[in-house]
Ligand binder design. Structure first.
Ligand code: THU
Length: 161
């Protein structure tokens, strides 16, 4: 029997330690929380992606009275980026949430469906997307989706030898 260690390296830093690019994408995500439509959960999520051409696309969660019909902030941003800039790789993704008007004390971590969509965006980009999960004081930085979705399923998984 073999044992495999799949621990991920996560950088944790404060908001003032971010680089300019990181700061810009986090600030855009923070601003996007204000366009969230979350009358059911009252959990306002904002997401922002930085494209390789420098453009930042934002999205926010959009809920629905028929619950499954809503969409998370990350997927709103990623699908918009994919539809408007299909050939431009995504470099960074920031996610942040607001509750009762304040940025949450816990980081906002993507749900399983969003992780799979990030995985596909990364596959399209051809290189790891830097993922920034934010709380009010800290940012957890992942270099690629592997740390959040190990053993992920991509187009390569279906290739025959
Ligand atoms: N949500 C997101 O938009 N992104 C996440 O990473 C976690 C959850 C949304 C979905 C729903 O509108 C609300 O937050 C509560 O689950």
């Amino acid at each position: 029997m073999k044992t495999l260690n799949i621990g991920a390296k996560i950088q944790i830093c404060s908001h003032i330690e971010l680089t300019n690019d990181q700061k810009n994408v986090v600030e855009a995500a923070k601003k996007a929380t204000f366009s969230s439509y979350a009358p059911y959960s009252h959990y306002n999520v904002g997401a922002a992606v930085l494209l390789d051409n420098g453009i930042i696309i934002t999205g926010s969660n959009q809920e629905n009275a028929a619950f499954p019909s809503g969409l998370c902030a990350e997927r709103t941003a990623l699908f918009y980026a994919g539809s408007q800039y299909p050939d431009v790789p995504i470099r960074k993704l920031a996610i942040i949430a607001r509750q009762n008007g304040k940025i949450t004390k816990n980081i906002c971590s993507p749900c399983g469906s969003c992780r799979q969509v990030i995985c596909e965006s990364e596959y399209r980009a051809g290189s790891p997307i830097e993922i920034l999960l934010c709380s009010d004081t800290e940012i957890y930085i992942f270099q690629g989706i592997n740390g959040l979705l190990p053993f992920n399923f991509t187009s390569d998984s279906m290739k025959t030898d």
